[in-house]
Design a protein around this ligand. Structure first.
Ligand SMILES: Nc1nc2c(ncn2[C@@H]2O[C@H](COP(=O)(O)OP(=O)(O)OP(=O)(O)O)[C@@H](O)[C@H]2O)c(=O)[nH]1
Ligand SMILES: [Mg+2]
Length: 243
């Protein structure tokens, strides 16, 4: 493990940004798992919660009383995964930023490897991929598979994106990428932030992919639906023609 320390300007090396809406039953376990996975690293975690009716923000704020590196940004009167992430990026200070879901579908054990890959300086973005060799979408439902395959195919084909899993919600990147990007352009309903980041960054970011097995949602209800999937595809096509 690289012994990379924070500095006065960047007290932590890694900031995790976790968007949440009604994830009270998942978030405490996720925080424990991340704490274990990132032992020995200097990290902070920001949950961006859209005033969840199940009071996810309360769980995070209570955890933050014991762990000052855990914070909650509670947005009132707002909704949106992508905008939550973008707002979260601006509220963190580390040189490396990770995004992951709160429902334990992403493999937190991959976080140290993602960080080490970035620390080599060879790439600017590391993506947890379900479609890279060794990865899997697990037992995703038939309908979700179709949306995922179609969205992935469209993004790769129409936008020339090289990522095997451009709809992944699990990735880590160098903060400098944000200076080269104009986020907010293509994600349509604002559900898939990775593709937005990659497409809006010029020149495109260098990237690596690490395979992982997508787990079933631990608890609570999905916010993804067919309408969001279709809106994503519409936004990809629109972006292609605008180019
Ligand atoms: N802040 C915020 N977070 C959201 C919003 N919608 C979804 N999220 C969070 O974004 C992450 C991804 O949403 P999910 O519902 O898990 O979407 P998904 O992983 O594509 O769908 P499943 O496989 O069914 O879980 C989760 O942590 C959600 O709580 C939102 O409007 N605002
Ligand atoms: Mg999920």
């Amino acid at each position: 493990m690289s012994a990379v320390r924070g500095t006065d300007a960047h007290p932590c090396v890694l900031s995790l940004v976790i968007p949440t809406y009604n994830e009270a039953e998942n978030i405490a376990l996720l925080l424990t798992r991340i704490d274990t996975a990132l032992q020995g690293r200097e990290w902070e975690l920001l949950v961006v919660d859209d005033d969840s009716p199940d009071h996810t923000f309360d769980v995070v704020e209570t955890a933050g009383l014991h762990s000052p590196n855990i914070r909650c940004l509670r947005r009132v009167g707002r909704r949106g995964l992508a905008s939550a992430c973008i707002e979260g990026f601006g509220a963190t200070r580390s040189p490396y930023i990770a995004v992951m879901d709160a429902d334990l579908q992403h493999d937190e054990a991959l976080l140290p490897k993602m960080l080490d890959t970035l620390l080599t300086g060879k790439v600017e973005l590391v993506v947890g991929s379900r479609y890279a060799k060794g990865g899997s979408i697990g037992d995703l439902s038939w309908g979700r598979r179709v949306v995922s395959y179609a969205g992935t195919w469209l993004a790769r084909r129409l936008l020339g994106v090289g990522l095997t899993d451009p709809m992944s919600g699990f990735f880590m990147f160098r903060r400098e990428l944000l200076q080269r990007s104009s986020l907010g352009n293509i994600s349509g309903s604002g559900f898939k932030i990775l593709l937005d980041l990659v497409v809006s960054t010029r020149p495109p970011p260098s990237f690596a992919e690490l395979p992982y097995v997508f787990q079933p949602r631990h608890s609570g209800r999905s916010k993804f639906n067919a309408a969001i999937g279709l809106e994503f595809m519409r936004a990809v096509v629109k972006c292609r023609f605008e180019r």
